[in-house]
Design a protein around this ligand. Sequence first.
Ligand SMILES: N[C@@H](CCC(=O)N[C@@H](CS)C(=O)NCC(=O)O)C(=O)O
Length: 217
Amino acid sequence: MYTLVVGTKNWSSWSLRPYLALRHIGAPFEEVYIQLRRKNLTGDEIKRHSPAGRVPILKINDGARETIVWDSLAICETLAERHSEAKLWPDDPLVRAEARSYAAEMHSGFADVRDQLSMDFARRVPLPPLRDTTKTQITRIIDAWASALARFGKDGGFLFGRFSIADCMYGPVASRFTTYGVQMPAPVKAYAERMMALPAMKDWGAAAQKEVDAGLA
Ligand SMILES: N[C@@H](CCC(=O)N[C@@H](CS)C(=O)NCC(=O)O)C(=O)O
């Protein structure tokens, strides 16, 4: 029923988000892999799946028709709606509202973190000299994680206790902070380590390592 179109795993932070959601749900899915950063070739290949020309893309085939969903947050929302039993959002409406804000803040923000700490999942590299805006954004992420973990984390260890879309959205940031050795207070570091230890993150990392070994990333 599901096909997830993803980009190079070492780099594609956006692709990792719905991958984490799908793995959490446990629904079977096929993967279509597109090598990124090949000038026009990449764009043309993605456009064969979606006119928006960006990965990730989720294809839903119910036998009668195929629907495509593009954009990582739209895919996560669609999966949450179709698999309510997986509880990808918190039950409490006000906690859910806050979790949505976390997801949306990540989706629409932190451009300097994305730029200076680009995802390089399989590598460990020194932190580059950071712009002030990047430092401010890193502090904001750490403070936001600390705040959610302090209030909800005891009920499951994730931002809102149980694993949620907020964690899917920040999974790539856990990878970035690990790659660049960003300093974090103990509870936040423990959260990043918990995220990196998820079987889905480990599988993604193993695939990213293969890309690096093959000279593809
Ligand atoms: N807002 C989109 C952004 C997706 C995005 O920018 N994806 C990048 C790869 S991580 C892409 O498809 N780039 C196309 C290219 O490299 O040609 C989402 O959340 O899915």
